[in-house]
Design a protein around this ligand. Structure first.
Ligand SMILES: C[S@@+](CC[C@H](N)C(=O)[O-])C[C@H]1O[C@@H](n2cnc3c(N)ncnc32)[C@H](O)[C@@H]1O
Length: 226
């Protein structure tokens, strides 16, 4: 199955709202750190349900912003969740962004970059479309140090690129962005049952669940365009 077919099927089954709910636990903390000013143009790369642009529009009065997704069904359902003309959702590919050079103030992406077989090519594209001083906020839950996320690859019929924290920094630098910050944001909201309830349907041990959510959570890497 291609990435497009996989996420079209997810959107058709209404799974984008479940993703939004889970990702929001940490996404809201990362979004709050973005230096977005009123009127700024933001790109959401691999937008899913489009929650990030809706939130930024509401809290920061962003300007005309674009959510891009390789799944036409995802882009269509994201568009259905808003009637705000300043938030637009498009089908498109990370590696060939339909945006002009130096035309975007900031880029957000959650749980998406690792679907690229060549994240450095994506970062190069972002470097092209970002204005000097613009930022790329890249949030991922699937990364080398968070070992209990690695099994996701077995469950998905699409290739994922597993990178470590230092790989992300290197990828940003190789793609032409300065690395301004890297941090992990723990997920404090996912409920972790008491010891006696393990194993659960999804988790062998409480320790594994604590490692996934409380120790690692989301890896945030922030790049700045020179
Ligand atoms: C796991 S979902 C995350 C969605 C959303 N960012 C969130 O936080 O809920 C990853 C999204 O990236 C999109 N995607 C993956 N590879 C892509 C590519 N090469 N170009 C555009 N979108 C892509 C998928 O279609 C999917 O909607």
């Amino acid at each position: 199955m291609s990435v497009q077919q996989t996420f079209d099927a997810w959107a058709e089954a209404g799974r984008e709202r479940g993703m939004e709910k889970r990702h929001w636990h940490t996404a809201k903390h990362a979004l709050a750190r973005m230096p977005v000013e009123p009127g700024d143009r933001v790109l959401d790369l691999g937008c899913g349900s489009g929650y990030a642009l809706r939130a930024l529009r509401e809290t920061r009065t962003t300007g005309l912003s674009v959510g891009l997704d390789g799944s036409p069904e995802m882009a269509r359902s994201a568009q259905e969740y808003t009637d705000d003309d300043l938030v637009q959702f498009l089908e498109g590919d990370f590696h060939h962004l339909p945006l002009d050079t130096d035309s975007v103030d900031h880029v957000w992406s959650m749980e998406a970059l690792y679907y690229s077989p060549s994240p450095v090519r994506v970062v190069e594209e972002l470097r092209r479309i970002l204005r000097p001083g613009g930022t790329f906020f890249c949030a991922v839950n699937f990364f080398e140090e968070s070992q209990h996320t690695h099994r996701w690859q077995e469950k998905l019929d699409v290739e994922m690129t597993l990178l470590s924290r230092s790989d992300y920094r290197e990828t940003f630098a190789d793609g032409g962005l300065h690395v301004a910050e890297q941090d992990t944001i723990p997920d404090e909201e996912t409920e972790i049952p008491p010891e006696e309830e393990f194993p659960t349907d999804r988790w062998e041990t409480r320790e594994a669940m604590l490692d996934r959510y409380r120790t690692w959570g989301t890896l945030l890497t922030v790049g700045v365009a020179p």
